[in-house]
Design a protein around this ligand. Sequence first.
Ligand code: GSH
Length: 246
Amino acid sequence: SAKERVDDKYAPREVVLYQYDACPFCNKVKAFLDYHDIPYKVVEVNPLGKKEIKWSDYKKVPVLVVDGEQLNDSTEIISTLQRRIYGDSMDATSSDLESDEEEKWRRWVDNHLVHLLSPNIYRTPKEALEAFDYLTTNGNFSTMERMTGKYVGAAAMFFIGKRLKKRHNITDERTSLYEAAEEWVKALDNRTFMGGSKPNLADLAVFGVLRPIRHLQTGEDMIAFTHIGQWYSNMEEAVGPSSRLR
Ligand code: GSH
């Protein structure tokens, strides 16, 4: 199996993820934890007020608390966990070659791929409504917020999507997303995963940010109109079921 098990010696004891359920950055961290079968608790943060992270100076999600220690920023969190899990056991020579590529594509996810998501999922009023409905179903909102939020929120996101599109110089959001998907497939260069027979951190990052949009119209279109589907299925199988504690 492509699954990675963590040596008990390095496994964290208690892991708590402060998140928004559909946030791409949070989903990167979840993909890493799920893949490594690291059990974690989730605290769903209410984005209006964020009282669940009042105790923190850092005001974004994800925040991961590992055995009492706070880690911020998805990429930092994953790098820190990776170092702790593998530390000295990493074979320096063979991994050095890969790490340039791996790092390059992890940066590509943070600097390019994530910016394509909002303009796509909120592209049309219909899609904005679908996406917003999905986000609020799993998110931490009061009934009142949920009810008033649906149309107002979807409309707001529709316009925010347009503004982000402009800011990141995107002319056609679907074309840009399809191009990104094909760029990734090309980078795989016929390997099952960028990491070879097992996913590396770039595979987990791409998969993580795409997972929350997979069953929205955007995700369905991306699977239908690009060649990313095979890799995506391989990732689903490699990552396996969530290790989230209920
Ligand atoms: N670079 C950070 C990471 O990779 O974790 C970005 C995290 C981020 O921007 N998170 C968003 C956030 O918390 C949610 S998707 N925004 C602040 C807010 O909601 O007020």
